[in-house]
Design a protein around this ligand. Structure first.
Ligand code: AMP
Ligand code: GLY
Length: 443
């Protein structure tokens, strides 16, 4: 383990020492981007993984304990804490860090409810006039049955609370929809959201916001289902690509005008400004744009491809969002071309991931390809045990590549993954394929 030290910044660069909270692929992707920023003079990750240990110093921390994270940030003397996952945000980690006088990239617990409660998100969208699926919030099985029959098949039933992307069931089978709702309602204070089904391709659009100004990143597409052709159960995400060659012109502007800006304004007017990363999960349906969900943090694995394309040094952007000065930044700059990331998952993921498998063929960061047209591994659930690299999570790593076009980036990512071994591991073979073949159309 070592601390990544860049030369002290000269001239206009303001040196910054950063602590990233989290341990997945998103956090390694953030660490890679921040380590490449010459303004970053010290980089720490807690808890981190074997990949973050190569570019930063890992620390143990209970990531959802606001006092523990704050104490770590104080002990390290960092200027900025970047919170990766949703659970620490919902637990109030960003509030605690800010109360200690340290800048934090990530919304308050109250603002993170946009992700933490689907019912709250629906309420804010209604106030802000943001287009989303019609929905009923239900607290009894009878209410669920009525709502299912109102919308008809395919049925969409969502756990109201945080479920790591796995609380949603989309099915033609009414009994399966009812069974999922029953399981969610059986928990204390259980509630479910029953929604109309949205047709059309999905888009993940991230906006960095300081609570007033919002700046879009490039749109990406995630692959939520476990298997090729969108077969199998929902997962946290099995791969991603960006940008979207099939996106209608003006899509980003439309999302900013109809979704992001009204939501940011509604949150500010409520007295709970949302500062951090607002992730709009959208469907481009035959009746227009609809929000599927909001998240209060960078998406995983979309961050791996979005940050691969970002040319503007990341630290200054995150710090401006944390300090309320995003409006003063020049426009973001982007690499041309495409990026693809393919997740290697542990055997049994998502239902019952088996961890502990030994990984082979993973290139060390020091041996990673350099240059613009390159492929590299983003670690997710990995750790070093006695010199072995072992799988510690459901999503183990992400083979990531950037190239002149989507087809080229796919080839590079899959070539890299070919050389990596994990007994029983699985991945999708069709990440970005339909888009590369021109098979995605907006209804
Ligand atoms: P969520 O956790 O709300 O993002 O849902 C996870 C996934 O379920 C989404 O990415 C979609 O693929 C699918 N999904 C959610 N809501 C709907 C909907 N109303 N219609 C169709 N698919 C949906
Ligand atoms: N990739 C989906 C998510 O981060 O929620």
């Amino acid at each position: 383990m070592r601390t990544q030290s860049a030369p002290r910044a000269a001239g206009t660069l303001r040196p910054v020492e950063i602590l990233i909270i989290g341990s997945g692929g998103r956090e390694h992707a953030l660490a890679l981007a921040l380590a490449a920023d010459p303004a970053v003079t010290a980089l720490h990750v807690a808890p981190g993984n074997a990949g973050t240990a190569e570019v930063a110093t890992n620390h143990d921390v209970a990531a959802t304990d606001p006092a523990a994270v704050t104490a770590l940030a104080q002990r390290l003397g960092v200027d900025l804490v970047v919170v990766g996952p949703e659970a620490p945000l919902v637990a109030g980690v960003a509030d605690a860090v800010r109360s200690a006088g340290i800048d934090c990239f990530g919304p308050s617990a109250e603002a993170a409810a946009l992700e933490g409660s689907k019912a709250f998100a629906k309420q804010v969208m209604a106030e802000a006039g943001v287009p989303t699926a019609m929905a009923h919030v239900c607290t009894t099985v009878d209410e669920v049955a009525l709502a299912l029959d109102q919308f008809g098949a395919p049925y969409v039933v969502k756990d109201d609370g945080l479920a790591g992307g796995k609380g949603v069931v989309v099915t033609e089978d009414r009994a399966a929809a009812l069974a999922h709702a029953g399981a969610c309602l059986a928990r204390p204070d259980g509630a479910v959201v029953v929604e109309e089904f949205l047709d059309g391709p999905e888009v993940s659009l991230f906006a960095i916001t300081d609570g007033t100004t919002a700046v879009p990143l490039v749109p990406a597409q995630d692959f939520k289902r476990a298997g090729d052709g969108d077969a199998g159960p929902n997962t946290g995400g099995m791969g991603a690509y960006a940008p979207l060659p099939w996106a209608p012109p003006g899509l980003v502007d439309e999302v900013m005008a109809r979704v992001v800006q009204p939501t940011v304004e509604a949150m500010r007017h409520r007295g709970t400004p949302f500062a951090g990363l607002l992730y709009a999960g959208l469907a481009v349906t035959r009746r227009g744009l609809r929000v599927v969900e909001f998240n209060a943090r960078f998406g995983d694995p979309e961050t791996q491809v979005v940050l691969a394309l970002l040319r503007t040094p990341l630290a200054g952007v995150l710090r401006a969002a944390a300090r309320g000065t995003l409006g003063l930044l020049p426009p973001l700059e982007w690499h041309p071309g495409s990026a693809v990331t393919v997740v290697l998952a542990a055997p049994g993921y998502p239902e019952a991931p088996v961890t502990g498998g030994v990984l082979t063929g993973v290139p060390a960061a020091a041996d990673a390809e350099t240059g613009w047209d390159a492929a590299w591994v983003v670690h997710a659930g990995t750790a070093r045990h006695d010199g072995d690299l072992v799988a510690t999570g459901g999503r183990v790593l992400c083979a990531t590549a950037r190239a002149a076009d989507l087809e080229g980036a796919r080839e590079r990512a899959y070539d890299l993954l070919e050389g990596i071994g994990l007994a029983g591991g699985h991945h999708r073979r069709d990440i970005g394929l339909a888009a590369a073949q021109g098979r995605i159309s907006v209804p």
